[in-house]
Design a protein around this ligand. Structure first.
Ligand SMILES: [Zn+2]
Length: 255
């Protein structure tokens, strides 16, 4: 995978301090992460707060459209990198669809067919459990599954299902919160006490906290190839404009 529009994009964003690929507003700036997370981290003693690979505390959401840092990274990659691969006949599914990214994907018609799925959220195409998907093998060319694996009881089963429903040659964005410097994934789906989940995993509905190497290895077991696109791939100049933390990595899997 190669980034073919580097020169063009550099020109387009020259002299721009901040840019949001979803609303396409230049110099609109970003808002910090709400205090809610910091206050809970302090109250419950979550020691890894602030060490996430991706979450940019100072530039978390777009001040114009509210898109989070990760939505900005996905939208940019999909529009300029994925599209440049001349993909066609795309049928995509977006799990736990982020409202802003979902609207962006429908507006840009990046995929010929675009569907959504979630277990709890209303208004999706399929109300379904990621660990047991009602789709035949190889149903999709592309999927987006971001910040779901840290919630599910059995993430191996969920990854196996994603692999199964992806066609050979298909790809997906597969992301979860990863803590920089954590040597081993912390997990215990049997813990249901919300305070204890805040303390161990940093959120009341999370059941695990991933370490980088574990995360990559766990996905690899399914058969997916894992591609890691970091700041050196996108360019420091772009990460700055998009308001991304320099340790951010986009995980793209392929079958
Ligand atoms: Zn925006």
């Amino acid at each position: 995978m190669k980034y073919r529009h580097s020169f063009h994009n550099r020109l387009k964003l020259m002299g721009t301090k901040t840019y949001c690929p979803l609303c396409q507003v230049k110099n609109g700036g970003f808002n910090p992460l709400p205090d809610f997370y910091k206050l809970n981290a302090e109250q419950y003693g979550f020691i890894h707060f602030g060490n996430g690979e991706m979450t940019a505390h100072e530039t978390y959401s777009c001040s114009k459209c509210g898109a989070s840092d990760r939505e900005r990274l996905y939208a940019y990659w999909l529009e300029y990198f994925y599209k440049s691969e001349d993909k066609c006949a795309n049928k995509a599914i977006h799990f736990a669809p982020e409202a802003g990214l979902s609207a962006f994907l429908q507006k840009t018609e990046l995929f010929e067919e675009y569907e959504t799925a979630d277990l709890m959220m209303g208004g999706v195409t399929y109300e379904t459990d990621l660990m047991n998907l009602p789709f035949t093998d190889g149903s999709y060319d592309f999927f987006i599954c971001s910040h779901v694996l840290e919630h599910v009881f059995d993430d191996d089963a969920a990854i196996r299902e994603l692999f199964r429903v992806t066609r050979k040659g298909g790809q997906g964005i597969l992301m979860a919160p990863i803590i920089v410097g954590l040597s081993k994934t912390i997990e215990d789906p049997s813990i249901t006490d919300e305070g204890e989940r805040w303390r161990l995993f940093g959120q009341n509905d999370h059941v695990r906290l991933y370490a980088h190497d574990d995360y990559v290895a766990r996905i690899g077991v399914s058969g997916f190839k894992v591609h890691q696109f970091d700041e050196s791939y996108f360019g420091q100049w772009l990460f700055k404009k998009l308001g991304l933390k320099s340790s951010s990595i986009l995980y793209v899997v392929s079958k």
